[in-house]
Design a protein around this ligand. Structure first.
Ligand SMILES: NC(=O)c1ccc[n+]([C@@H]2O[C@H](COP(=O)([O-])OP(=O)(O)OC[C@H]3O[C@@H](n4cnc5c(N)ncnc54)[C@H](OP(=O)(O)O)[C@@H]3O)[C@@H](O)[C@H]2O)c1
Length: 344
């Protein structure tokens, strides 16, 4: 039996005009898959890279339905229900395909929606909190005494990082790109907030922590990486997990900017790393998507913290399914705070 389904498709990489909505029946779930009627899906910066054709993991996959996370209601639990039954409220992560009204999702990437969560919260949870936990605890080896700097502190991942740092008891410094985002970073838990548009990031960061920073989380790329490296304390760790500053705010690829930022991206010197006792790590969760055990373990911890009331709700701005171009425009503007979701 096949059921109707709408999907937002990027036919080929491009600007906002690249989106179209197609209507094709969804196939029956395969063994170990659960079919879910999607009610909301999260927008991530990676989706912009997918639309523009700049996401390595999506190469060769066009036409593609973007979307890495969703929340909805189980329609068909397939042959192996794994505790899921029709009508259950769930949320999950997917390797693309969540910009849709329905999805077949492997059971191991699906969780029951906690009581009290709406679909928007479920759709905005997995990517940013899994990323933040992985960054801090799996890659960053966070200690309670660490002084931590978080770039893009009012964005989706930035807010999740600050929430988890507060749970761990760390003093954190949030860096934002616009003065109007400072309040949001403060609210999320940053002890100090630096608005880098004022142009004195290095001085302000040094005033706040003269001994430097033990852990710095940077997904800007060329615009701040060199400075982040400079701000590390001896023994400090720099975590690189994105390159947002290579993007233009126009909704289109800017080849000159891409090349310029690529060339400006620092190539760190092993002699200097050794001599100054600094560590640089990078990660991209999309390439760890099959590490199911790890993600289930992390999500168990996150859901425990949530049920203990330790994770505050994240600011969420909703758009209608058809308004996907405006949702992308909002995240590309650099002005958004918290998460953006499409309501299906
Ligand atoms: N490696 C991974 O596994 C992984 C997983 C999830 C996300 N990420 C990365 O983490 C970063 C944050 O993702 P998110 O979805 O939560 O987005 P977000 O932080 O909500 O939005 C992106 C932020 O990046 C900053 N930015 C810097 N240069 C920009 C530019 N040229 N255009 C637009 N924004 C720019 C802006 O904040 P400020 O101006 O305030 O700095 C903007 O608000 C992205 O780089 C994303 O690719 C990586």
């Amino acid at each position: 039996m096949s059921n109707p389904r709408k999907r937002i498709i990027v036919q080929r990489p491009g600007g906002y005009g690249a989106f179209r909505i197609d209507e094709t029946p969804i196939e029956d779930p395969r063994p170990r898959e659960i079919q879910v009627d999607i009610k909301a899906c999260g927008i991530n910066f990676a989706d912009v890279a997918v639309r523009l054709g700049l996401y390595q993991a999506a190469r060769g996959a066009y036409p593609i339905c973007p979307g890495l996370e969703f929340a909805g209601v189980v329609r068909d639990p397939g042959g192996h229900s794994d505790g899921f039954k029709p009508g259950d409220r769930v949320f999950g992560a997917s390797r693309f395909g969540a910009y849709a009204t329905a999805i077949n999702c492997p059971a191991e990437h699906l969780w029951h929606l906690p009581a009290g969560w709406d679909f928007a919260r479920g759709a905005s949870f997995p990517v940013v909190y899994l990323t933040a936990y992985h960054a801090l605890h799996e890659v960053g080896h966070l200690r309670e005494s660490d002084r931590v700097m978080v770039h893009s502190a009012a964005g989706g991942v930035g807010t999740a990082l600050l929430h988890l740092l507060r749970i761990n008891g760390n003093i954190s410094v949030g860096v934002v790109g616009r003065p109007e985002k400072a309040a949001s970073a403060k609210e999320a838990g940053a002890e100090f907030v630096i608005d880098k548009s004022a142009g004195d990031l290095l001085r302000r960061a040094g005033d706040i922590s003269p001994a430097g920073y033990d852990l710095i989380l940077d997904a800007n790329g060329a615009s701040t990486l060199r400075l982040s490296y400079r701000l590390l304390s001896p023994g400090g760790r720099l975590l690189i997990y994105g390159f947002a500053s290579m993007f233009s705010h126009s909704g289109r690829k800017n080849p000159l900017k891409l090349i310029w930022y690529y060339l400006r991206t620092p190539r760190f010197n092993p002699f200097d790393l050794t001599g100054s006792n600094r560590t640089i790590s990078g990660f991209n969760l999309i390439y760890l998507f099959d590490r199911v055990e790890r993600f289930r373990r992390i999500m168990d911890t996150l859901l425990k913290w949530d049920s203990a009331g330790l994770i505050p709700s994240m600011p969420v701005r909703s758009f209608s399914f058809e308004d996907v171009a405006n949702a992308h425009q909002a995240i590309e503007s650099g002005k958004s705070v918290g998460k953006l979701v499409l309501m299906v």
